[in-house]
Design a protein around this ligand. Structure first.
Ligand SMILES: N[C@@H](Cc1c[nH]c[nH+]1)C(=O)O
Length: 380
């Protein structure tokens, strides 16, 4: 019998913890609405095909069958359901959506991380230019600022960087793929053996440094400068540079880093991606990126899109929980209900005392250190 256990990786949230989470969500939603985003809600259950564009290793969903035997999943992501909605409804573009809810991802047993996460995010569909990416970053960083989360590090990356450089190396496809894997897994001996034949080429200097191509923005760019000219790389570099500059100007207290040696955080990203961290924890605060091809999976026309989602649990973790102050208890007779409710409305942090007699009410107030407001005494 498991009637007292929780499924692994899930949790109950009680009192202050749940209330802080609710107030954070409400603040985020208010910000989204103030910037002109509209709310979109989608079901927790979806057909598993909706999530085909996800990396199956990291986003293994909980699976179940509907009454027709069709495979369903608990949603492991909230961006793909938005893409499904966009493909099936004739909404005019451009459009800006916001959403909130739980996603479910089966993690490795004993990994210590939760399988149920609360996200709150936005998706901007129909704008091709960098301004839409910057709006996502501004929403993310102003949100952190409002939650009093200081010293955020924004890590930029780009979904196409690795593929564009590997393409230039003139390697057979399978070797190129092995090189990418060795780079992503930081398998240095494999990486070194694969780049050995290229050591004397124009790429030699760069390749040696590639597995360490993350960290301080300017230092990484110095290494990128060692690459021979690659026209397809220019727009990538210039987007990263102008975005770093945008963040530095708008959020001088935050730090911008870049990682050009990782796989894209989501398989569906096609452009710049960004994640926010603070020093206290490896969990990210927000994660987002551009996905200009995703909507073509669902419909014929290519549509530009970019979005970002907060990890709400991670925001809660970094928020000081207020101390639980005892409530005032309002004790009243059965025929004083109206008066009791009036007192309730006037008295901050109060609650109705539902005991039948005064002695029980006194005991209850004493046991949790509350003040007792006794309305029965006022009856003549
Ligand atoms: N759905 C992404 C975040 C995102 C929102 N929009 C674009 N990306 C994630 O969970 O990592």
């Amino acid at each position: 019998m498991k009637n007292k256990n929780l499924p692994s990786g899930t949790r109950d949230e009680l009192g202050v913890q749940a209330e802080v989470k609710e107030s954070i969500e409400n603040k985020l939603f208010k910000n989204f609405r103030n910037r002109g985003f509209r709310k979109l809600t989608t079901p927790v259950l979806e057909y598993s095909d909706v999530f085909q564009p996800l990396n199956a290793d990291n986003y293994r969903p909980y699976q179940l069958l509907d009454d027709q035997g069709e495979p369903l999943v608990l949603r492991p992501d909230l961006t793909l359901p938005v893409a499904r909605v966009m493909a099936t409804t004739g909404v005019d573009l451009p459009v800006k959506w916001y959403y909130g809810g739980d996603v479910f991802r089966v993690k490795k047993q004993l990994s210590g991380s939760y399988n149920q996460l609360t996200q709150a995010g936005i998706e901007i569909v129909g704008y091709r230019g960098l301004k839409a990416d910057w709006e996502c970053l501004d929403v993310a960083l102003s949100g952190c600022r409002e939650m009093a989360i200081k010293n955020v590090t924004v890590e930029l990356s780009h979904a196409k960087f690795v593929a564009v450089v590997v393409d230039q190396l003139g390697l057979p496809e399978a070797t190129g793929d092995s090189l990418k894997q060795a780079l992503f897994n930081k398998d240095l001996s494999k990486f070194d053996s694969l780049i050995a034949p290229l050591k004397q080429s124009d790429f030699g200097d760069f390749l040696q440094e590639w597995p360490w191509l993350f960290g301080d923005f300017d230092q990484v760019m110095e290494v990128v400068d060692r690459l021979p000219e690659i026209p397809a790389l220019q727009p990538i570099i210039s987007d990263l540079q102008s975005t770093a500059q945008f963040i530095n100007e708008m959020y001088p207290d935050d730090t911008v880093t870049v990682d050009l040696s990782i796989p894209s955080p989501q398989q569906y990203y096609t452009g710049m991606a960004f994640r926010g961290f603070t020093e206290q924890s490896a969990d990210y605060l927000f994660s987002g990126g551009r996905y200009d091809d995703l909507l073509t999976n669902f419909q014929k026309v290519k549509t530009s899109a970019v979005g970002v989602a907060f990890d709400v649990d991670s925001l809660v973790e970094r928020t000081a929980l207020p101390a639980d102050t005892p409530q005032s208890l309002i004790f009243f007779n059965d025929d004083q209900w109206e008066a009791a409710v009036e007192t309730l409305a006037k008295t901050p942090n109060s609650t109705l005392c539902l005991t039948n007699d005064r002695e029980a009410a006194k005991r209850l107030a004493a046991s949790n250190g509350s003040q007792l407001i006794d309305l029965t005494k006022q009856v003549k």
